[in-house]
Design a protein around this ligand. Structure first.
Ligand code: ZN
Length: 466
C-alpha cells in the first residue's frame, strides 16, 4: 500500500478496512495467480520427485540458465564474470564463480537488477541484520515461487485456495481501532479466504481475545511466524485450554523452528507443522515432507556449504530470481545436511537443520559461539512460570536475561535454575543478570527476537568470532 492508502486505511472503520484489505487482496491474487502460476503448479503436481537423474539434469539446466541470463542482462554480473571461463558442465562448476554477499549487492543494486524496478515485484529480504536487500522479481518468477509453495502445501493435504487460513506475519492493523469497547486484532482478506492477525498486539493480555476469535473463525490452516504461533501455543498449554478449532496443518515461516517450538505448537493445536525455508529470502527452497523430513529442493536452486572461517555457511543460487540474480549468494544462514534417503519417495537430499544468522548467537570468551538451538535447551528445562524470555548481550562478559513470568507460579529458585543452565553453556567467566519485565516488545518486523546480540563487531573480530 502507498502512504495515502495507508492513511485512509488507518482512519477507516473496521468494516471499511476489511474491504480495503480484500480489494488489495484481489490485486495480489491477480498478481500472484496468473497463467504462469497455474501451469507451473500443474507441472509440479505431476512431477516425479523420485527421479533423481531427472532432477539433477533439471538442476544443471537451472544453473546454466541463470548464469547465462545474469551475464546477458545484469551489468553487475557481466563485470563480475568478465574474462572468466563461464562454461558449466556440472553443477559443481559453480564453485569457480565468485561469492557475492549482501553488502556487495546492496551497494550496486541498480546494476544487479535486470528489469526496470517498477515492472517487478519487490520483496525485502534478510531484515534481521540491519539493512535489508530489496529483491525485484519478474512477475513470472514470482508466480512460479508461489506455485512451488502451493504445490508443497497441496502435497501436505492443503489446497491453499479452498482452505480457511489464519495468518500471523508481521502486520499491525489494530492500532487505535475499536469496535464498541473491544479492540479487534484481525482483518479479513476475503479475496484469499484468509484472516490476518496482528503479531504486534499479541501480548499475554490480548491472547484470550485471539483464541476466542480463532474459535469463531475455525481455520483449516495456521500460517506464519514461529514466534507468534509458539506464544499462542505456550499460553494454551500453560492454561490448560482446549482450543475449539482443529487445523489440518500448520505452516511456519521466517524464523528458525526449534524443537521446543515444534513440540509446543503441535501439542497445543493437534496438527502437524510443515516447515519451509527460502520463501522470504528469494532463496532455494527447503521444504518438509509428509514423513517429517526436510528436503533441499534441487529443482529450485543450488545450496552450497562454504567455510569462511567460522563454520559452514550457506551459499545459495536461486533459479527464480531472474530480476535480481542471486548466484553463490552468502545469505548468512547455516545448513546441516543429512545422508540417506526418505521413505516419502522424494530423491531430493535431506537436511538435518537450518540455523540462523550471526545475530542469532550469543558469545562467550571461553566457549565461542553458542547457538539458538543450545539456548532452546535452556528454555526447555525451565519451570512453566516463565512465559517469555530474551537474551541480550552488549559485551563478552555479561548476558542480560529478560523474563516475563507468571507471578502466581514464580519462585526465585527459577533464577538459580536458569543461571546454572547458562553457566554450563557459557563457562564461569560470564556474568548473568536476570530482570523481570511486564512484556518484551516485538521487532520492527513483527518478529520476536530470542537473542539481541549487540556486541560491537570490532570486539568480536578482535577475538576472531565475527
Ligand atoms: Zn521425505
Amino acid at each position: 500500500m502507498n502512504r495515502l492508502a495507508e492513511l485512509v486505511y488507518y482512519w477507516s472503520p473496521i468494516w471499511l478496512q476489511n474491504r480495503i484489505i480484500s480489494a488489495y487482496g484481489r490485486r495480489l491474487v491477480a498478481q500472484r495467480y496468473g497463467e504462469p502460476y497455474w501451469s507451473e503448479r500443474t507441472r509440479l503436481l505431476r512431477k516425479d520427485y523420485g527421479d533423481r537423474a531427472g532432477e539433477d539434469a533439471a538442476q544443471l539446466d537451472g544453473v546454466r540458465d541463470i548464469i547465462a541470463h545474469a551475464i546477458a542482462a545484469s551489468a553487475f554480473y557481466r563485470d563480475l564474470y568478465a574474462g572468466m571461463d563461464v562454461s558449466v558442465d556440472t553443477v559443481s562448476d559453480l564453485a569457480k564463480f565468485p561469492v557475492v554477499d549482501k553488502e556487495q549487492l546492496r551497494a550496486d543494486i541498480e546494476r544487479v537488477y535486470t528489469i526496470p524496478v517498477e515492472q517487478g515485484i519487490h520483496l525485502f529480504t534478510g531484515g534481521t541484520t540491519g539493512k535489508s536487500l530489496e529483491v525485484v522479481y519478474t512477475p513470472e518468477d514470482f508466480q512460479k515461487r508461489m506455485a512451488y509453495l502451493d504445490a508443497f502445501k497441496i502435497r501436505c493435504g492443503i489446497d491453499p485456495f479452498k482452505s480457511r487460513k489464519a495468518t500471523f506475519s508481521g502486520r499491525s492493523f489494530a492500532k487505535g481501532v475499536f469496535q464498541g469497547k473491544r479492540r479487534i486484532f484481525w482483518r479479513d482478506n476475503t479475496a484469499y479466504n484468509q484472516r490476518l492477525y496482528s503479531t504486534f498486539d499479541l501480548t499475554e493480555r490480548n491472547i484470550p481475545a485471539y483464541l476466542a476469535d480463532l474459535d469463531r473463525y475455525q481455520p483449516d490452516v495456521l500460517n506464519g511466524f514461529v514466534s507468534a504461533l509458539h506464544q499462542l501455543a505456550s499460553h494454551v498449554l500453560r492454561e490448560g485450554i482446549r482450543p475449539g478449532f482443529r487445523p489440518k496443518a500448520i505452516f511456519t515461516t521466517s524464523e528458525t523452528l526449534l524443537p521446543h517450538h515444534r513440540e509446543a505448537i503441535q501439542a497445543a493445536f493437534g496438527a502437524h507443522i510443515y516447515d519451509q525455508y527460502g520463501s522470504a529470502e528469494g532463496a532455494t527452497f527447503v521444504t518438509e515432507c509428509l514423513e517429517g523430513n526436510l528436503h533441499y529442493n534441487i529443482d529450485t536452486g543450488v545450496i552450497e556449504s562454504a567455510d569462511f572461517g567460522q563454520g559452514p555457511e550457506m551459499l545459495i543460487t536461486s533459479f527464480t530470481t531472474h530480476g535480481t540474480p542471486l548466484i553463490r549468494y552468502r545469505i548468512g544462514d547455516r545448513i546441516v545436511f543429512r545422508d540417506g534417503t526418505c521413505s516419502c519417495g522424494s530423491a531430493h537430499p535431506l537436511v538435518e537443520r537450518i540455523e540462523g544468522r550471526a545475530v542469532d548467537y550469543l558469545y562467550s570468551a571461553d566457549r565461542g559461539r553458542v547457538s539458538l538451538s543450545h539456548l532452546a535447551d535452556v528454555i526447555k528445562g525451565l519451570p512453566n512460570c516463565v512465559k517469555e524470555m530474551q537474551f541480550q548481550q552488549d559485551g563478552l562478559d555479561e548476558i542480560r536475561i529478560l523474563l516475563v513470568v507468571d507471578e502466581e507460579l514464580y519462585a526465585a529458585s527459577a533464577e538459580e535454575t536458569i543461571k546454572s543452565a547458562m553457566r554450563y553453556r557459557f563457562g564461569d567467566g560470564m556474568r548473568f543478570s536476570i530482570e523481570k519485565v511486564p512484556a518484551i516488545p516485538r521487532e520492527a518486523s513483527g518478529k520476536f527476537a530470542l537473542i539481541k546480540n549487540r556486541i560491537p563487531a570490532d570486539q568480536l573480530a578482535g577475538m576472531g568470532l565475527n
